[in-house]
Design a protein around this ligand. Structure first.
Ligand code: SF4
Ligand code: SF4
Length: 369
């Protein structure tokens, strides 16, 4: 299986200092040794390695997402140069960018549209919740600037063309009804959610059973109640798709993971960066696009576990009724230093609760239709 999705860490630092960030506030602190920005030499090496890797791949469209830290810190001139290089070497490809939105203004939107770069924005709900975590280095909330960036994207044809979706990390203190009403109040039709980066080594604090499962079920209910087919929430749609036995690759859910390669600012070639929440240096494989092909990443043990999800499930997951839909949860959520990934997800009870609710809702809907 080939890699078709790449995350390029074009900037290793961020203008925000979110308290839950896996780059800066979890076990792995390797960002400290990374160059601030990806060099021209590394950008060229990325393009050459991606092109080399996709040769012979029959469905060879590759997707590259610019990430950080904050990718807009890379700067406009460097970005123009990067696109020029990718155009020359790769020809056809899709380019996206996941930003915290703080620096996004009209001139950025105009440039991103011209370069055909699609934009995702991270926002964690209304100001009081978002600003509890997503603060800058002076401790000031970023909400007003992020909301302004979303409105700016929505207010022009160029912005609307490149605006993909928003991404929200679930915060139990923000009621799901409040979150849903807020995101819809922003006229968003495409938004996604993420569970916080916890695992068995660093579990979430919780005062009740399955709090995230109950949260997800209530959010799902908001989505169902609105009954607007235009509103897309990937997290829910993927779970439903798998329940209906569709193949959903590259999702939080299921047993059909596609490999994603991360390339750091110094050219280090690594598995997905969410593993950084597990243990220091866990993503370090001693590989670099300056001297290693992308294929070498697929041979590492972490990537093998992603490529072959079923054999890497623990015995509990193998016997679970939700195995095909849940897939054991995200690999990083299963981590404990004693037995690595040989566990159910730290969110197992939450996932079971949510999937049971979803299955009932789906049965009701199918019976009525
Ligand atoms: S914006 Fe993203 S990269 Fe920056 S501190 Fe927040 S979570 Fe981390
Ligand atoms: S993590 Fe829990 S719900 Fe998911 S497959 Fe494993 S046992 Fe089942």
């Amino acid at each position: 299986m080939n890699v078709r999705d790449y995350v390029l860490k074009v900037a290793s630092r961020c203008n925000l200092n979110c308290s839950y960030c896996y780059m800066y506030h979890h076990a792995d602190q390797s960002y400290r040794t990374q160059p601030l920005l990806m060099s021209e030499q590394v950008v060229h090496a990325v393009a050459r390695r991606v092109e080399e890797h996709r040769r012979g791949d029959s469905d060879a469209m590759v997707r590259l997402t610019l990430h950080g830290g904050e990718p807009l810190l890379f700067g406009k001139e460097r970005l123009i140069e990067l696109v020029r290089t990718f155009d020359q070497v790769l020809g056809e490809y899709q380019l996206g960018l996941q930003t915290n939105g703080v620096l996004l203004d009209e001139s950025w939107i105009e440039l991103l549209n011209r370069l055909n770069i699609f934009v995702g924005i991270s926002i964690d709900g209304p100001e009081v919740y978002h600003d509890r975590y997503r603060v800058d280095h002076q401790g000031r909330g970023s909400h007003s600037r992020v909301e302004q960036a979303i409105r700016l994207l929505q207010s022009s044809a160029a912005g609307q063309r490149i605006f993909g979706s928003t991404l929200t990390v679930v915060d139990l203190s923000c009621p799901p009804e409040t979150l849903y009403a807020y995101l819809r109040g922003l006229d968003l039709l495409n938004f996604d959610i993420l569970l916080p980066d916890h695992n068995l080594q660093y579990p979430p604090e919780q005062q009740e059973d399955a709090p995230y499962g109950k949260y997800l079920a209530r959010l799902f209910e908001c989505w169902l109640s609105e009954n607007n087919p235009g509103v897309q929430i990937g997290f829910f749609e993927d779970a439903i798709g798998l329940m209906l036995r569709k193949s959903i690759p590259n999702s939080f859910w299921g047993l059909h993971a596609l490999p994603i390669a991360v390339i750091e600012t110094d050219g280090s070639l690594e598995p997905p960066d969410y593993f950084k929440s597990c243990a220091p240096e866990i993503t370090k494989q001693g590989l670099n696009v300056l001297h290693d092909p992308i294929q070498s990443l697929l041979e590492t043990s972490l990537m093998q576990q992603i490529l072959e999800p079923e054999p890497s499930l623990c015995s509990t997951c193998r016997g679970c009724q939700w195995k095909e839909v849940c897939g054991g949860g995200l690999l990083s959520h299963r981590f404990h230093e004693q037995n690595q990934f040989d566990n159910p997800s730290v969110y197992c009870a939450d996932i079971e609760y949510f999937l049971a609710c979803t299955a009932v809702a789906l049965d009701t809907h199918l019976a009525a239709s």
